[in-house]
Design a protein. Structure first.
Length: 337
C-alpha cells in the first residue's frame, strides 16, 4: 500500500490518520507543536452524528465531554432569546481531544512527528495538508481561555458586542471555555488578560466583570489572527482538509464538526489511492466535490447570519423574530449544519 503523509496534527489530520490506520494504510503525521496543547477554538461540537464518529473510530473519545443542551443569546447586556438545542452538543477541549487523538493514532501504529514543520512541496502526491488556516491578511482576532468557577445561565452563552461575539460553553471537568471573535483595526492591548480587555472594549463590561470574578487558567490563554473565514481559496492541486480547506464563522458552533467531517470525506478516496485504485488527481477532485456538497449551503447561511448579527439593527430584528416565533431557532440551527 502507498504511504500517506499528513501535514498538521489537529482534529482533521489526526482523525484522518486514525481512520486510515484502521484500514492498515501507512500514515505519517507531521505536527509543529507538542501535545497536549491549547488552541483557539469554540470547543463546542454540534451536528456531528454518532455514525460519523464511529466511522472515524473515535466515538469513545467523547465520553468525558460535557453534554450541552440549552443556549442563551445576549445583545450587550440584554437577553435576546433562550432556546433548547435541537440535539445535545459535546463540550470538549482541544487540550484533551487532540491529545487523545494523538495517542489513539500512535496506538494504531501511525508515525507521529512533533515539533517539526513540513517544508516540502504542498502538491506532492501522497501529501494531505491539514495544518490549519493559511496565513491571510485579516482584521479578525480570535482569543480564548478556560475559566473555573464561572457560572453560566445556559450551557452555551453567545454575547454579541461591537463588531464581535463571544461564546461561553461548558467543557470537561466543569470548566468553561470562553472564545471571542473580534473585528478590530488595532491590536488587543496587553495586560494580564487580553481576552477580558477585548470583551470590555467590545462594549460588554458586565461580561468582562464576570470573567474577572472567575479564575482563568493562564496557560490556556491563546490568540490568533491573519485568518480568513469561508473557503480557503487555492489554485493549486494540493489536497486539503479541515481549516486548511474551509472555515465556518465560529458563532455556528460547527467548526470542529466540519473538521471531522472533512477528514471523513477523505478516508475512502485516499484508501483507494493507497491500494492503487485511484489517482492522486482523483483524490483531489473527489474531496473537493464532497466538501462542496457538504459545506456550501451552510457557509452561505453562516456568512449572511454573521453579517446580520454584527449589526445592532440586525441583532434586534433577529432576536425579536425568534422570541415571537416568526423565525424558528431550530430552523436556523439546521441551516448551519
Amino acid at each position: 500500500m502507498k504511504p500517506l503523509t499528513i501535514c498538521g496534527g489537529g482534529l482533521a489530520g489526526l482523525a484522518l490518520g486514525i481512520a486510515l490506520r484502521r484500514q492498515s494504510v501507512p500514515v505519517r503525521v507531521v505536527e509543529a507543536a507538542v501535545y497536549p496543547r491549547h488552541r483557539v477554538c469554540g470547543e463546542f461540537i454540534s451536528g456531528i452524528k454518532e455514525h460519523e464518529l464511529a466511522a472515524l473510530g473515535i466515538e469513545d473519545l467523547f465520553q468525558s465531554a460535557a453534554m450541552n443542551q440549552q443556549t442563551a443569546w445576549f445583545d450587550g447586556g440584554r437577553l435576546m432569546f433562550r432556546a433548547q438545542l435541537p440535539e445535545v452538543a459535546y463540550g470538549l477541549s482541544r487540550h484533551h481531544l487532540d491529545d487523545a487523538l494523538a495517542e489513539r493514532f500512535t496506538q494504531l501504529g501511525g508515525e507521529l512527528i512533533i515539533k517539526t514543520r513540513y517544508e516540502g512541496n504542498a502538491e506532492t502526491e501522497g501529501l494531505v495538508l491539514a495544518s490549519g488556516r493559511p496565513q491571510r491578511t485579516s482584521s479578525w482576532v480570535g482569543l480564548k481561555a478556560h475559566f473555573e468557577n464561572l457560572p453560566l445561565s445556559a450551557d452555551l452563552e453567545i454575547h454579541l458586542g461591537h463588531r464581535s461575539y463571544i461564546g461561553l460553553t461548558r467543557v470537561e471537568h466543569e470548566r468553561v471555555n470562553v472564545t471571542g471573535l473580534f473585528h478590530r483595526t488595532s491590536p488587543v492591548s496587553g495586560g494580564p488578560s487580553p481576552l477580558v480587555q477585548a470583551v470590555h472594549e467590545a462594549g460588554l463590561p458586565e461580561l468582562a466583570e464576570r470573567l474577572n470574578s472567575a479564575q482563568m487558567d493562564r496557560g490556556s490563554m491563546k490568540g490568533v489572527n491573519r485568518f480568513h473565514l469561508g473557503w480557503q481559496s487555492h489554485r493549486d492541486t494540493a489536497v486539503r482538509i479541515g481549516d486548511a480547506a474551509v472555515m465556518i464563522p465560529p458563532f455556528t458552533g460547527n467548526g470542529m464538526t466540519m473538521a471531522l467531517q472533512s477528514a471523513l470525506c477523505a478516508v475512502d478516496p485516499i484508501m483507494h489511492w493507497s491500494r492503487g485504485g485511484l489517482t492522486w488527481a482523483g483524490v483531489h477532485r473527489t474531496i473537493q466535490q464532497e466538501h462542496g456538497r457538504l459545506f456550501t449551503q451552510r457557509l452561505r447561511w453562516a456568512r449572511g447570519l454573521q453579517w446580520l448579527l454584527l449589526m445592532p439593527l440586525g441583532r434586534r430584528l433577529s432576536g425579536y423574530c425568534i422570541r415571537n416565533h416568526w423565525i424558528r431557532f431550530e430552523s436556523l440551527y439546521r441551516k448551519l449544519r
